[in-house]
Design a protein around this ligand. Structure first.
Ligand SMILES: Cc1ncc(COP(=O)(O)O)c(C=O)c1O
Length: 459
């Protein structure tokens, strides 16, 4: 874009968008007055909008792991559309792409997770797992096991059932939704905020114990599952202490409660292993996958269950009363297969574990000397940079002060996309990011923090 007519088209599109597009997680009232930013290209780790090129340290919404604009994925999609543009998977029908993808996921997943139900979003994958957990317990003659244990600062999606699992209270309050009797919330393994007087390892056990407390309060006979993200991405890049996950698994086993890993963000390599269960040393009974399954090239997700759960359901359920028109879509399956092929061919997961992860970690942790930065948490290619008003007391900035928003705006003006989440800047760059781009990103972040510090000091 650039010429006068291009500008006129741009303005027309912005106007159409403002008037007719209700945006997710957006200040709808502000947008009626503001101009939506139109992004129209993406290549590698960069997106371009209105002539401005931006390094995307968010990989979209933590999904574009193989980077933007992959011609081989476009080709795989085009071939699949020409061969079989659609067919469903109801009534025992399948297609070659989905069959191959199910096998591929089972081969990559931890040993005992071998059966896959396909859906379209992370929310749907989690909601599917909730339903499968209920089905499983009913099949075992334990229909009372209906309660789900979740955690503060969690994010599992935005359909009604999974909204109730979230730690974001505004998402419930705005719709008049309560936690109801079906959900109990435990503490998050958020050492910086909640574990000041303990070592990180002590706190990991302490936070796990809170899950046990919630199970006992509800009565283990009433609890279906604990559902949790291995690293809490959306709500602040919260990386748990290493003692946490093995203890959570032990507690679930001891009390006969299923463990559901929401690997929507962490699945397919972000923590330097194919799944974060390997990184943190635990085994879940079920896991949700989405974003990295197709690198965001297509809406596809997967609810993966253990052999024991699958066979219990298969032997006791006449018909699985669940599914979506576009579950197991041939084209989205073909796209996911090609995406996984790229991850394997280019050794992108191993590269995070051996090279990029340590480099990214070192660069991000280097920001901890900044007067505004309280803690930097990193695992693989996900980081939370938490700001504080006082490094000693860890005092939080009031959210209305929008300090993180200011830093991210400063970064945007310098050509970098990072995401503010309360008082935390979240970064989860594409796996194809280059060392020089990590340096560029870190420098921009530091400049943006400096600028914000200057503004705050002058106020
Ligand atoms: C951990 C986690 N689970 C679930 C979801 C929901 O996925 P979707 O937006 O595809 O419904 C997200 C989205 O950010 C997520 O981060």
């Amino acid at each position: 874009m650039g010429g006068e007519s291009d500008n006129a088209i741009l303005e027309q599109l912005q106007d159409l968008d403002r008037r007719h597009h209700l945006h997710p997680f957006t200040d709808a009232q502000a947008l009626t007055q503001a101009t939506p930013f139109l992004i129209d290209h993406g290549q590698g780790a960069y997106v371009t909008g209105q002539g401005v090129r931006l390094l995307d340290a968010m990989a979209g919404l933590g999904c574009v792991n193989v980077g933007y604009g992959r011609a081989e994925i476009a080709q795989a999609a085009a071939e699949a559309i020409q061969a079989l543009s659609y067919y469903h998977s109801f009534f025992a029908v399948s297609n070659p792409y989905t069959a191959a993808l199910a096998g591929k996921i089972a081969a990559l997943a931890p040993d005992h997770l071998n059966k896959v139900f396909f859906a379209n979003s992370g929310s749907e994958a989690n909601e599917t797992l909730m339903k499968l957990a209920l089905l499983y317990w009913r099949a075992k003659g334990k229909a009372n096991k209906r309660i789900f244990i979740t955690r503060d600062y969690s994010y599992h999606g935005s359909t009604i059932a999974v909204t109730r699992l979230n730690g974001n209270q505004a998402m419930l309050d705005d719709f008049g939704l309560g936690l109801d009797d079906g959900v109990k919330r435990a503490m998050a393994p958020y050492w910086y905020r909640c574990g000041k007087d303990m070592s990180a390892d002590e706190f990991g056990l302490f936070a796990a114990k809170d899950i046990e407390t919630k199970i006992l309060e509800a009565g283990a006979d009433n609890v279906a599952a604990v559902i949790a993200e291995p690293v809490q991405g959306t709500m602040g890049g919260i990386v748990p202490p290493k003692t946490y996950w093995p203890e959570v698994e032990r507690i679930c086993r001891e009390h006969g409660v299923l463990l559901i890993a929401d690997e929507v963000v962490t699945g397919f390599g972000r923590t330097g292993n194919w799944f974060a269960q390997e990184t943190f040393g635990f085994n879940a009974d079920m896991m949700a996958l989405a974003k990295g399954l197709s690198s965001g090239y297509a809406p596809i997700s997967a609810a993966v269950i253990s052999d024991e759960i699958a066979s219990t359901i298969e032997q006791n359920t006449k018909i699985l009363q669940h599914g979506f028109t576009t579950s197991a879509h041939p084209v989205t399956s073909a796209i996911a297969l090609k995406n996984i092929d790229i991850l394997e061919q280019e050794h992108l997961v191993e590269n995070i574990r051996d090279n990029l992860g340590p480099l990214f970690g070192k660069s991000m942790v280097g920001l901890e000397d900044h007067p505004l930065v309280g803690e930097v948490r990193v695992n693989g290619l996900i980081a939370g940079v938490e700001l504080t008003r006082n490094k000693e007391t860890r005092e939080q900035f009031p959210l209305e002060a929008n300090v993180c928003n200011h830093v991210s705006q400063m970064a945007l003006l310098r050509g970098l996309i990072v995401r503010p989440a309360g008082n935390v800047l979240v970064l989860c760059p594409p796996f194809i990011i280059k060392p020089a781009e990590i340096e560029f990103m870190t420098n921009i972040l530091r400049d943006s923090l400096d600028e914000t510090y200057r503004v705050l000091s002058a106020a």
